[in-house]
Design a binder for this molecule. Sequence first.
Ligand code: NCD
Ligand code: ZN
Length: 346
Amino acid sequence: MQTITITRPDDWHLHLRDGAALTFVLPHTARQFARAIVMPNLKPPVTTVELATAYRQRILAALPNGMKFQPLMTLYLTDNTAPDEIRKAKDSGFIHGVKLYPAGATTNSDAGVTNLKHCWKTLEVMQQVGMPLLIHGEVTDSAIDLFDREKAFIDQQLIPLRAAFPELRVVFEHITTKDAADYVRSDTSKKLGATITAHHLLYNRNAIFLGGVRPHYYCLPVLKREKHRLALVEAATSGDARFFLGTDSAPHAKGAKETACGCAGCYTALHALELYAEAFDAAGKLDKLEAFASFHGPDFYRLPRNTEHVTLKRETWKLPDELPFMDTTIIPLRAGEVLQWKLRGN
Ligand code: NCD
Ligand code: ZN
């Protein structure tokens, strides 16, 4: 296959940031995707409908003339999110999920949830009104090995949570382990979905240490062993409707990554579809890309599928070493290296 034309995809997990950073990254995403679930981990976080409304306006205002893109907003769950805020969010029509960050789990998660028990009434209302819970699924206990935190989250938090709220729709975000893929697959409730990033399909944890420490391959949840990568490829390319595309593209300026204590996050907004195409191609499953990228997400979120199309061509091209980003630069994942697929200009 030399070209592949698919229904225009959406990104079901994206960090757009705000202010000047937003204006640099938004055109990359809007070129690739029709819509995206926009993460709320700004500083300060997007905790109310009022803040989400204003953030949505800033995103739309930052969109270059002639580009189309629909931001699907989310709220940031805290210990104090009022049940009424969920009702308001549902009524807004543009808030499509509420994000659970265990406090301290990742970038800008300090205001996150310290104990799910504090959120019980709020979760009840989410279940009742049909507002999905989007989960960063890692425990924060420093006694638990970094590589085991997703599995521990499933056992300690996710299973009890879903037993308590069986009708709550949940997206297990950016899954990184065979354990998570197996857990999602074993579920028969039709209330559980999972996003998978391109980098977790293409790389295992060796990429972070190849010939020296490589901060641009460091994200959370961190890349895992090869057996986990293989399980994610198998899940993403299986045609199973519970798995869908979420880049977790997370821009950090070059200096914030290349430092003694670098930020977590890989930047893939520029070339996400090319990376996914490469992963599906390597698995011999290009025919399954469209459903994963363009059908399963809207079906889970109960939104219409897109009607436009995009075409990817098998063509090698070199990714830039860095891209302009505010008054500095950003290093995309696989910077300066060759990609195997190219999205046709649009
Ligand atoms: C994200 C970010 O930078 O906001 N970083 C990351 O490594 N993925 C936060 C997140 O999704 O965990
Ligand atoms: Zn993320």
